[in-house]
Ligand binder design. Structure first.
Ligand code: GRF
Length: 185
């Protein structure tokens, strides 16, 4: 199979990145991760970039001056998919316009419910019985692009933000890989 080149954007732990890296090692998985971008040098997930020997770059995409050089690098590396994996910055609108390939994101709620931050807190406050995660295309409105796939998690009476996060993240790993398979099928 001819794999497409992908770039993953992170800000924190990078557990989704780690799972994507594992999937990308499988013969039949449609992407190879060729580049990793973090908005901070303190992102713990950068250790996976080092472990898997993937080039990475620390970037402040808010600075327009950086935009051109990143786009140049993405085109040079023939990147046809960007996966946002816990990237905590809002992507520059100009960047979304200019990168005319696919950009996808994973969000820890059943969109369109609970866009933005603190999703688990809001699920618990509203006594929802179900939550989960959503993989979606990125457009210029926050967490609003076309939905690719959702996975549900049931909320138990004794759940805390922490336990919910842990349960949802396990679903995220599968959801992200399945979505990428669907996109390139
Ligand atoms: C994920 O749970 C995702 O839903 C959200 O940010 C979290 C990042 O976790 N967008 P990690 O950095 O992949 O561990």
């Amino acid at each position: 199979m001819v794999k497409k080149n992908a770039c993953v954007f992170i800000s924190g732990q990078g557990t989704n990145l780690k799972e994507l890296l594992k999937s990308s090692r499988e013969y039949n998985f449609p992407i190879n991760i060729k580049y990793i971008i973090s908005n901070t040098k303190n992102a713990k997930g950068l250790k996976f970039a080092k472990l898997y020997k993937i080039p990475f770059h620390i970037l402040n995409l808010d600075k327009i001056i950086n935009l051109e050089s990143v786009l140049k690098e993405l085109y040079k590396k023939k990147i046809s998919l960007i996966c946002l994996a816990g990237y905590m910055k809002i992507l520059n609108k100009n960047f979304i316009n200019r990168f005319n390939k696919k950009i996808i994101n994973i969000h820890p709620s059943l969109l369109p419910k609970y866009k933005g931050l603190n999703t688990f807190r809001r699920v618990l406050e509203n006594k929802d019985k179900l939550t989960g995660c959503t993989v979606h295309y990125v457009n210029k409105r926050l967490d609003s692009g076309k939905i690719i796939l959702k996975k549900k998690v049931s909320v138990q009476l004794n759940d805390s933000e922490e336990t919910l996060k842990n349960k949802v993240q396990v679903k995220e790993y599968r959801a992200y890989s399945e979505s990428i398979i669907n996109i390139f099928r």
